[in-house]
Write a protein that binds this ligand. Structure first.
Ligand code: FES
Length: 115
């Protein structure tokens, strides 16, 4: 079974989880990594669950469109949306204290009003 390690606020939390586990779903039912994993929507819309993958990234599928939209350049820094990942292998994650900035919206999409 996969071993998950989460680095958060200078602490390291580790536990074993079942294969095909989603960590946000687990946290939602108050299992590890609850209460240390920050998340909100669970649907790839808020980016609050973003974590940098320190090891095990090679076992993850390529980022989906929600991760590309929410993380932008952060993908190249190793960030993923944990709510979009089903863990099958050992993984080591780091969640920064503040969620990563969302990429800037394309020009013409901010402050636009419909008339
Ligand atoms: S919890 Fe909102 S994007 Fe993952």
């Amino acid at each position: 079974m996969p071993i998950v390690t989460l680095h958060k606020n200078g602490h390291v939390y580790t536990d074993e989880v079942k294969a095909q586990t989603n960590l946000v779903v687990r946290a939602g039912i108050r299992q590890f990594p609850y209460p240390n994993l920050r998340y909100e929507c669970g649907m790839g819309k808020c980016s609050k669950c973003a974590c940098r993958v320190l090891s095990g990234a090679e076992h993850l599928p390529p980022p989906n469109w929600k991760e590309k939209k929410q993380l932008g350049e952060r993908l190249e820094q190793g960030f993923r949306l944990v709510c979009q990942l089903w863990i099958e292998h050992d993984i080591e994650l780091e969640q920064p204290e503040a969620p990563p900035e969302r990429p800037a919206a394309p020009a013409g999409t901010v402050g636009t009003t419909c008339t």
